[in-house]
Ligand binder design. Sequence first.
Ligand SMILES: [Zn+2]
Length: 422
Amino acid sequence: MDENPAGQWLSEGQRDPQDAAFFWTGGPVEVARDTWFTSLGSGVTAFATRDGLVLVDSGTRLFAGEMAGHVRSRTGLPVHTAVYTHGHIDHAFGLDAFLAEGQTAPHVVAQERMAERFARYARSPRHNAVINSRQFGGRSDDPTFEGPELRFGFPAHEPTRYYRESLELDVGGTAFELHACRGETDDHTWVFCPERRVLCTGDLIIWGVPNAGNPQKAQRYPWDWAAGLRAMARTGAASLCPGHGGPVVDDERLVRRILLDTASFLEDVVERTLAVLEDGSPPHVDVVRRVKLPESDAPWLQPVYDEAEFIVRNVIRYYGGWWSGRPSELKPAPRADVAGELAALSGGAGALLARAVELAPRDLALACHLADYALEAAPDDAVVAAGVAALYTERGTRETGLMATNLYRSAAAEALARHPSA
Ligand SMILES: [Zn+2]
């Protein structure tokens, strides 16, 4: 059939993570009979049945219109049922665009914990706007995530039916199996259509290291995630429609490999982290340093978005508390005071920054510690701000994962924002 991003990526011998299928956009791809996948920012799968369309996911409000156009180039059927694989804004908020003119409201099915997620978003829209601005490299006063297209809260079409563990749907004579799986979120669903052998994973597969460590987001569950991937592998699916990136079309072996490789990767991180926790439970930073992070050459396991080190942090968080393990950080002094003392000892914020710049070529991570103290000791110093911004800009360029790249870019933007003249 039409396209298979993994095959392209492998056969062309590319090894640059930025070429990975995570960034694939396009469609409609016919992944099985009467079944189309399209992706723009996130993926949507449309199954035509005798009673209308079953949609798995609906994209963001921002891109849903274009994706709906892809689906409408193949079928005019009304949407009978939509399944949201999880409650993130790039999956559960675009349904309006897919509805046929004058159609009755569709059924919307989701895992039951999604209701609580939306309530959480509705209680903290500003907070979510800020952390997402940072995640995408912007400043905390960036209005993007408070605009009508990306604002957090309840979607226009809330689920009409919630389930807990699993649910079998029959729409127009076609069966769909829904399975709950805590993973990237606690409300995740994966969908399998046995008749067409199509598997929709939601964000449990995204053509990259699983987003199981996201530094700013709620708890994630890599152990349940791995178990879910193994269950998906047992379905015998031939086509895979992921949450992000391109589909795999009619290649059971490849689908199985992607699922099982990803499961092993997550299990390795969990087991190695637990081994260090069991061996003295050192401060969190030291756990991170001691865990040997798994690596893979596979195009579906490159650190293009999230990365293994952050998953370690999420395991620590689940098995422990918020305290870092450093005694001074249990009830810490204000950072500005600590920074002030260090600056005074070292000859001023300028001296801290100068040392940071000196260290940067051989140890940028160490340099950034000093840079933070320099900025916190002298928040009004435009020269220090510019120097710190330069270090974080450089650090962003050295990362492969978008999450780390963007958080460093955001740090640089924040430092400069305080001194537009710098
Ligand atoms: Zn997503």
